[in-house]
Design a protein around this ligand. Sequence first.
Ligand code: SF4
Length: 212
Amino acid sequence: MTFTPPLKDCNFCQRLCAFRAENRQKYQTYHNAPVPSFGDLTAEILIVGLAPGLHGANQTGRPFTNDYAGNILYPALKEHGFAKGNYQKRKDDGFELINVRITNAVRCVPPQNKPLPAEEKNCRAFLSSEITAMPNLKVILCLGAISHKNVLQALNLKQSAAKFTNGAVHRLKEPPYIIIDSYHTSRYNINTGVLSYQMFSETIKKLQGLLK
Ligand code: SF4
């Protein structure tokens, strides 16, 4: 099955379109469009975040790139062999993912980093079709409870199928994916001690074992 990403002027979410138009005026060098996923569709692992940050992925056009959360995510992936190159917070830094694809539950930047439930719902169609278009997909790493909720909904599963818990591994029967949860690598979670680099690194380390 092929995956068709949203158009650069996707207008399914009125509030996000208005914010995008405002940002196109204010920040003319920014990407200011739905942020395309990073990594190959043939990967066995899909990492799902929440939404692009205004001056992060919305600026650079690559998920988590120049977002604070990327400062935790990308080094941890490299540490455990899921990336190579030097992450330099730019789309053209040559950094490469290995057997991993990264996307967001909501592909356009929301005001205050907070998408509305209706916007999550609108964008979920892309998440569902992207999951379906990954022929080798085995493991989905959800960064944060909102990502977890959207992944279950994208898979047509009830929330009771898997409860979000940091570090939890959920082996689904149908579809037969493994979901693994982590708190989001956001600045807030790191600064408040909810998540540390070491805790997140432990979760990424588990991915190797889950692919066997
Ligand atoms: S968030 Fe998703 S559905 Fe909404 S406008 Fe952006 S790409 Fe389209």
